[in-house]
Design a protein around this ligand. Structure first.
Ligand code: TYD
Length: 227
């Protein structure tokens, strides 16, 4: 698989954010979107599972744990159905308009959660990928890396008393394996993926994300750590 998508002229950049629970993806996406807007880049922020009305219905289903009852392959197909709708109705049109798309999770989540940690065969993922995304691979994937205990503590604080969802309620071993899975993905595709140490304050991590984009010549200007 090509590690960096060849872009049609005028097509926006497609940047995905990945990582375990509580790694700060949504905060960092917000920081990056704000920074890009200063640079006059039109940005669309979205997420998976979900991001389009149809996919949000499926999000509700999988995060409630209902998908788990159907078994690993069927649960994975639910993520795929959501992705298909999201790509078709939100991501592809936005990129075609020249917007940049910042997406909180994409197919690396399926690779990490369902394939590397679950019981789904890589062939299922590959078939699913061909159908749902074709050659619309991310131009760049930011993988936020954090010790598991720190991430789970953050996720629990964010929930403020609400019960954990389908994946948050997995045990510590699962979350450690998840971190390892993401590190493996980053190592296997170093051109597309940037592994970012997320164990720092928000602005420091934002500066690291910006530096990763800068390193790939996606942006020109530098960003102060206090920005
Ligand atoms: P969400 O509340 O968005 O979690 P987070 O804030 O950690 O991103 O829930 C999404 C959950 O769905 C998350 O635990 C990861 C999981 N997931 C998969 O297992 N496979 C997938 O393909 C996707 C997109 C998400």
């Amino acid at each position: 698989m090509a590690e960096i998508t060849r872009r049609a002229p005028g097509r926006g950049r497609f940047i995905t954010f990945e990582g375990g629970e509580g790694t700060g993806k949504s905060t960092q996406i917000k920081k990056l979107a704000e920074r890009l807007e200063v640079e006059k880049v039109h940005v669309v922020v979205t997420r998976e599972p979900g991001g389009s009305p149809g996919a949000e219905v499926i999000r509700h289903l999988v995060l409630s744990g209902m998908g788990k009852l159907l078994g690993p392959d069927a649960e994975t197909l639910l993520f795929a159905a959501a992705r298909d709708d999201h790509v078709r109705t939100v991501i592809a049109p936005a990129l075609a308009r020249g917007s940049w798309v910042l997406c909180d999770r994409f197919y690396d989540s399926t690779r990490a959660y369902q394939v590397k940690l679950g019981q789904v065969a890589p062939a299922v993922l590959n078939a699913m990928q061909r159908v749902t995304i074709g050659d619309l691979t991310p131009d760049m994937t930011i993988i936020l890396d954090l010790p598991v205990e720190v991430g789970l503590k953050r996720a629990a604080a964010r929930r403020s008393g609400e019960p954990p969802d389908r994946f948050e309620s997995e045990d510590l071993k699962f979350h450690q394996a998840l971190r390892d899975a993401y590190r493996e993905i980053a190592a296997s595709e170093p051109q597309r993926c940037a592994l970012i140490d997320a164990n720092a304050d928000v602005n420091t991590v934002a500066a690291r994300v910006w530096a990763a984009l800068h390193g790939r010549s996606f942006v020109n200007s530098t960003m102060a750590t206090t920005a």
